[in-house]
Design a protein around this ligand. Structure first.
Ligand SMILES: C[S@@+](CC[C@H](N)C(=O)[O-])C[C@H]1O[C@@H](n2cnc3c(N)ncnc32)[C@H](O)[C@@H]1O
Length: 730
């Protein structure tokens, strides 16, 4: 099959992947049955779709399909496109039947094309090209190609002298955007212009479509990273500083844009004259060295812990971290669920800053729907000789998504209707919601969409609260590439109202406390999104507190995919801080110590992930206890508490008292042998003098066989079948 037949099949969804849906690009690149190079098929399909409204007029006015009965409408568009607009013409041998069938109408097709241009009031072909480009986007803005210079490996100066050699540096992003629609007189689109961003350090906006940066040496070696400006907000806002924040955690990290950004920022903050060598393999921090002595890149006092639940995506993360040169101080936890990370694990006791960028609806992402609507010429019916009426024409949207307004373009991701508090477009729901992990979720109604957002929001809030529970944490950023208030402002409000936030003193990072570039970014939270739905209590955090409400609104940062000259994707980020005086010193840090001891020689992961708890159970699921009520640990096969050690174990939460014994009693209650040693029973418990009995006053459900009464048995009865054993702290 020729390039033209294969492309026609894709465009009219008749190809082998017709039922797979997805964007034009993914349909083409995933179609393993294609014989032609996918890039060529994609370019032809995309360009023809852009021009299809004009080409349809040309084909219909020239009666091409009437004269060439073997041509289908889609084939005619593709061939006429290449005849009129491709520099090298139709990519078939001169004698090929398809080519001949078009070229014999060349003069007529050319003159109809000129007429179509004039009808559009375009003096030149370049003017028409510009109009087509703008029209193909349906008025949606051009998105610059954002490039972050990875300061672990390069500098802006070096990149200006190499990757961007010969490029003109302009004053604003708006100029970069304008340049995108300019043609050079030879059909070449765009101009070599860049702008150095004024908000995010080391970020460059380049005119899109002029160069393929993925082919450059700088990209391949990790000196530059293609990352939208808005996606740079979280790491920059978190502003991790080794001396203040210690270790850093990226909780949902793949593919690693923000992890590597964090690494670059951390590295740039390392004190000038000294650093601690970090061994990425062992996780150990070694000797302090003078910075001048240490040539190794990535030498820093800080460890970045990156978690990624999806093992496949984690591979991309690992690769990116390595290419970016941050693997020497980044520990990638591949396939690890952040929710299962124990905040009290000693490894994380120095984690002071966490970046949380969880999965979201992805409704702010630009360029997912990359195919403009295809306008097909009408096929001549057997009874009619001409079909030039545009009303009889058909138009095929190559997307799987709805295009209710019949816009010529679909280049922008369709914004699904917003939930409460958003101000984006109020279009009917898209048929498919592609989240930021690339997962397509069918959304057939407003209710479907709201349910999806609610479920995402609940997962996002759980993650955020988990991040808030890390003992040493003082700073968190929470971000999404969603435009929905339900995933953004509402999650922030709920998090602030949560127990963990209140208990630990978390609050928003106020605008005036933010890093300079974020302070100046003037797109902030949505006022109408600052109230939660009825029935959700904020426990006084927001209600009646207009000033606080405004402070939170002004603290959170938004970005929109709009024609406003900013050239960014839809995004949201909020920072949280706490001063650290509340709650952690005793309760949490003690917990860290306990955890540390308990972990010695144990398979920590197994224990954490066992939903049945740490103790051996019988077939009915009941915890198996010995005659003293003491369960056996699965991990060691030993008793959870050794009674023999109880006497000297002041830390035990089980307290035994001697009935009738007052604290001020001076008389020794235990029996001693002739040498003055305590007399013990078979289980090692001291034997009491006659008339004395043991009793359990706190914890434990143990019944000492002899001499120990168990007054607490009745009240603890219910714990027998519970997940938690009520006896000792575990
Ligand atoms: C929005 S993407 C992160 C993008 C990334 N921060 C970046 O800038 O390159 C969300 C990622 O979180 C991962 N994820 C979702 N839930 C997770 C969890 N509970 N623990 C760890 N990773 C999770 C997803 O697999 C996905 O790769």
């Amino acid at each position: 099959m020729s390039l033209y037949h294969e492309t026609a099949a894709i465009l009219t969804a008749a190809g082998p992947n017709a039922t797979h849906g997805g964007s034009l690009k993914s349909r083409i690149f995933k179609d393993k049955s294609l014989k032609s190079p996918p890039a060529q098929v994609y370019a032809l399909a995309l360009e023809t779709s852009k021009w299809s409204a004009i080409l349809k007029e040309v084909v219909e006015a020239s009666d091409l399909l009437k004269h060439e009965r073997k041509l289908t409408p889609a084939l005619s568009l593709l061939l006429v496109h290449d005849l009129l607009l491709s520099k090298s013409g139709i990519a078939l041998p001169a004698t090929h039947g398809l080519r001949v069938s078009i070229e014999r109408h060349k003069a007529r097709l050319n003159s109809e094309f000129v007429r179509a241009r004039i009808r559009r009031k375009c003096a030149t072909l370049d003017a028409l090209r510009t109009q087509v480009e703008i029209g193909a986007r349906g008025g949606c803005p051009v998105h610059p190609r954002w490039i972050r210079v990875n300061t672990l490996k390069s500098t802006v100066e070096e990149q200006l002298a190499t990757t961007f050699k010969g490029w003109e540096v302009v004053e604003s992003v708006a100029e970069v955007i304008q340049a995108a629609d300019a043609f050079d007189g030879q059909g070449k689109k765009g101009k070599k212009v860049i702008h150095i961003d004024g908000h995010i350090p080391n970020l460059i906006a380049a005119c899109p479509g002029v160069a393929d940066f993925t082919k450059t040496e700088a990209y391949k070696s990790g000196k530059i990273i293609l990352q939208d400006k808005a996606s740079c907000f979280p790491a920059y806002l978190l502003d991790p500083r080794p001396e203040r924040d210690g270790d850093v955690m990226d909780t949902c990290a793949a593919p690693g844009n923000k992890t590597t950004h964090l690494a670059a920022i951390v590295h740039s903050r390392v004190e000038d004259n000294k650093a601690i060598v970090f061994d990425g393999k062992t996780g150990k921090k070694g000797n302090k060295k003078k910075r001048g002595e240490e040539e190794q890149k990535g030498t820093t006092t800080t460890t970045i812990f990156a978690f990624e639940k999806d093992p496949h995506r984690a591979k991309t993360l690992q690769k990116m971290v390595k290419t970016a040169g941050s693997d020497t101080f980044t520990v990638v936890n591949a396939g690890k669920d952040f929710l299962k990370v124990n905040p009290l694990d000693a490894k994380y006791r120095n984690v002071g800053a966490l970046l949380l960028d969880p999965s979201c609806s992805g409704s702010g992402i630009v360029g997912r729907d990359d195919a403009p609507t295809l306008h097909l010429p009408s096929a001549p019916s057997s009874s009619s000789s001409s079909s030039s009426s545009s009303s009889s024409s058909s138009s095929t949207n190559t997307n799987t998504k709805a295009n209710p307004k019949g816009k010529q373009n679909n280049n922008k991701r369709k914004s699904p209707p917003t939930t409460t508090g958003t101000t984006e477009t109020q279009e009917p729901p898209a048929k498919v919601l592609i989240d930021d992990d690339g997962v397509a979720i069918p959304v057939s109604s407003q209710a479907d969409l709201e349910a999806r957002i609610a479920s995402l929001a609940s997962f996002q809030l759980t993650l955020l609260q988990h991040a808030m529970s890390f003992p040493a944490a003082r700073r968190i950023t929470y971000s999404t590439c969603s435009i929905h208030a339900g995933e953004n402002e509402h999650v922030v409000l709920r998090a602030l109202a949560s127990d963990v936030a209140k208990r630990r003193g978390w609050r928003v990072l106020k605008r005036q406390e933010q890093v300079e570039g974020m302070r100046r970014w003037d797109v902030r939270g949505e006022a109408e999104a600052m109230t939660l739905e009825e029935g959700i209590t904020t426990e006084g955090v927001m209600e009646e507190k207009e000033k606080e409400k405004e402070e939170v609104r002004d603290a959170v940062i938004r970005a929109y995919y709009r024609d406003d000259g900013r050239g960014v994707m839809g995004f949201f980020v909020a920072g949280f801080v706490r001063d650290g005086t509340i709650d952690d010193p005793v309760y949490l840090l003690d917990g860290v110590e306990q955890q540390q001891q308990q972990q010695e020689g144990e398979e920590e992961e197994e224990e954490q992930e066992d939903p049945e708890g740490p103790f051996v159970r019988d077939e009915q699921g009941r915890i198996v206890r010995d005659e003293n009520g003491i369960p056996t640990l699965k991990s060691t096969g030993k008793k959870a508490v050794d009674l023999k050690e109880l006497e000297g174990d002041e830390e035990s939460s089980v307290e035994y008292r001697i009935e009738g014994q007052e604290e001020e009693d001076e008389e020794e209650p235990y029996q001693r042998d002739g040498k003055g040693n305590l007399v013990r029973d078979d289980e090692g418990l001291p034997v009491l003098k006659e008339g004395r009995r043991w009793k359990v006053v706190k914890g434990g459900k143990g019944q000492k066989a002899e001499g120990v009464s168990d007054e607490s048995e009745e009240e603890e009865e219910g714990s027998e079948d519970g997940d938690e054993w009520g006896g000792f702290d575990d």
